[in-house]
Design a protein around this ligand. Structure first.
Ligand SMILES: CCCCCCCCCCCCC/C=C/C(=O)SCCNC(=O)CCNC(=O)[C@H](O)C(C)(C)COP(=O)(O)OP(=O)(O)OC[C@H]1O[C@@H](n2cnc3c(N)ncnc32)[C@H](O)[C@@H]1OP(=O)(O)O
Length: 311
């Protein structure tokens, strides 16, 4: 598979990418750290940046123009305020790197892509905290959904709710073929409601009827069912997720950026504008909804249930 990926990329990538590929195997090259690589024009050929504090590991391969972002927030990659904030900062940095055209989002922890929003950020806190948290969730979705980069989710584990949203905000989803993993917008199971822009993102992906069904029942799909309904685009053996992501990326990067980006904007802007027009109202709605005693109780019970499952 690795060799096939290399030959596909050889055909599709021009310039420095081809030079690197001529010099050896793409996968071993991307695995090299920048200090091991020759720098022909004064900057690292491949650079790796790790932010252990931010719980995100970002590798940028300047030659291929592909960044890989691994969520690294054990135990379950829950999206805390801090992680959301740093996710946005790193996305902005990548967006500003001219040579970075593609982004693969995946998880550093096997089995869990992301457990979704950090539930502990949504109960027992102040209204100001809820508002700040929700703004960060909105910001991440806005940035990801409208990214100029090709964004591929390499879903190597379970991906409920906010984790599913991150995947849906990308351009293409590849999921590991493991029946233990599930993906979906399961908010109703927690006694909460997926906001309209979560719903819109799902509708844009799988259509209205399938979304209504999935959202009302809070369905968490196995990889096979997720593929059938269209939440993911491909299901592959667990050890092939990353190779497949690179392979698919090469196909997407073979399209001229400006044409692909304008097309993406044309398809997604109306959905994004809907939130932008009522962003403050959406924050207010969230704060008032989440502060209700009944909702606080539901979230508390849900967390208790998660903990008791283990005992
Ligand atoms: C009038 C209408 C108005 C409408 C207005 C709308 C307003 C908007 C409303 C609000 C919208 C909010 C949208 C919410 C989105 C979300 O993302 S909510 C989060 C949903 N996530 C989940 O349901 C996943 C829950 N977790 C799991 O199912 C499992 O943990 C797992 C991911 C499958 C992993 O399982 P396993 O490996 O067995 O690990 P666990 O032992 O279960 O967990 C380890 C520890 O992690 C804690 N944890 C798990 N998930 C979360 C989480 N999301 N947040 C915080 N913490 C989490 C878990 O409790 C364990 O903790 P310890 O016991 O302390 O170890």
């Amino acid at each position: 598979m690795a060799l096939r990926v290399v030959s596909v990329l050889k055909r599709r990538l021009g310039g420095p990418g081809q030079k690197l590929l001529r010099s050896g195997n793409l996968l071993s090259a991307t695995q090299h750290r920048w200090e091991k690589m020759p720098s022909s024009v004064g900057f690292p050929v491949t650079s790796r940046r790790s932010f252990s504090k931010t719980a995100l590991i970002v590798d940028v391969d300047h030659n291929l123009g592909i960044a890989t972002m691994k969520m690294n927030n054990p135990p379950v990659n829950s999206l805390s305020l801090e992680l959301l904030t740093n996710f946005v900062i790193d996305l902005e940095k990548l967006e500003n790197e001219k040579r970075c055209r593609g982004l693969i989002i995946t998880s550093a922890s096997p089995k869990i892509f992301s457990a979704g929003l950090d539930i502990t950020e949504m109960y027992g806190k102040s209204s100001a905290h809820y508002a700040e948290f929700w703004k960060a969730v909105q910001e991440l979705w806005l940035k990801l959904y409208m990214s100029n980069m090709v964004v591929i989710a390499a879903i190597n584990g379970s991906s409920p709710a906010g984790g599913c949203l991150i995947s849906l905000a990308g351009d293409y989803r590849i999921m590991a073929d493991n029946p233990k993993y599930t993906i979906g917008l399961n908010e109703t199971l927690l006694g909460i409601v997926a906001p309209f822009w979560f719903k819109d993102t799902l509708v844009n992906t799988i259509g209205n009827r399938a979304s209504e069904h999935a959202l009302q029942l809070g369905l968490l799909f196995s990889p096979t069912d997720a593929l059938r309904v269209g939440i993911v685009d491909q299901v592959v053996p667990e050890d092939k997720v990353q190779d497949t992501a690179l392979n698919v990326m090469s196909r997407w990067l073979s399209i001229p950026d400006h044409a692909r980006q304008l097309t993406k904007t044309m398809m997604r802007k109306p959905t994004v504008d809907r939130l932008l027009k009522q962003r403050e109202a959406d924050i207010k709605n969230f704060v008032s909804f989440i502060s209700r005693d009944s909702i606080q109780k539901s979230l508390h019970m849900y967390m208790k249930h998660l903990k008791e499952r283990k005992e």
